[in-house]
Design a protein around this ligand. Structure first.
Ligand SMILES: Cc1cc2nc3c(=O)[nH]c(=O)nc-3n(C[C@H](O)[C@H](O)[C@H](O)COP(=O)(O)O)c2cc1C
Length: 209
């Protein structure tokens, strides 16, 4: 399949095959892909929670307004943002750059100071929106990688994040959930798999100047 054929093959899977589990190699691919997502400033303040435990996931069905994908899929990925992003994250990021690239402080310092100032001056609500946008980038990346790897997935924002945070006790980790992505394999009788894609014409979505 070409990349376009794979993206055509992908659809928001409503019914997963409950008997099929993703092999560890595929899970590792998704973990690496998440970690390789390009994020603003390169600051990786997102966390990916991967849940296989069916008992935990059964408790999430209600939180997701009855959507069974969360428990029927092989694994449930939950994209989370940090409740607090501050200069510690910036310091850590620059320590990592230094360790990996051995970049001299003289070069790093101006960037570090600018990044700290931006983050310190960002109001809390704006910071949370900014962080959430990063989660959507990771979601898009994961969905595309799933398509390439022929892993079925369903992007989900149809759930109560505060309730989900309580069930998973995300506060303990200083995290808040933003998005979910159940991943696995489509059920043979998921009628949505045969639906034709509904998309506008390229002429309606693209402007070439
Ligand atoms: C951010 C986001 C949130 C979504 N939330 C849900 C959801 O909660 N439940 C669901 O069944 N589908 C959800 N969808 C799936 C979309 O409805 C679907 O991707 C869209 O209709 C296009 O269809 P396709 O993905 O099958 O091509 C979501 C998609 C995105 C990108």
């Amino acid at each position: 399949m070409s990349i376009i054929e794979k993206l055509q093959w992908r659809y928001a899977t409503k019914k997963f095959d409950t008997t099929k589990r993703l092999p560890e190699t595929k899970l590792l691919t998704l973990k690496e892909a998440f970690n390789l997502t390009a994020l603003s400033y390169g600051l990786q303040t997102l966390k990916l929670v991967i849940i296989e435990d069916k008992t935990i996931r059964e408790n999430l069905v209600k939180v997701a307004y009855g959507q069974r994908q969360v428990v029927d899929a092989s694994h449930l990925l939950v994209l989370c943002i940090q409740n607090n992003i501050d200069e510690m994250d910036v310091n850590k990021h620059f320590e990592t750059i230094k360790a990996i690239r051995d970049t001299p402080d003289a070069i790093l310092e101006p960037f570090k100071a600018q990044m700290k100032s931006t983050i310190e001056n960002m109001p809390v609500d704006k910071k949370s929106i900014w962080a959430s946008k990063q989660a959507y980038i990771a979601l898009g990346n994961l969905m595309t990688v799933c398509a390439v790897e022929e892993i079925d997935s369903c992007p989900m924002e149809g759930f109560m994040p505060n309730e989900l945070d309580k069930v998973l006790d995300l506060e303990k980790h200083g995290l808040s959930s933003v998005l979910m992505l159940p991943v696995g394999y489509r059920a043979e009788d998921d009628m949505f798999a045969d639906f034709k894609k509904v998309r506008k014409q390229l002429s309606e979505t693209i402007i070439e100047l």
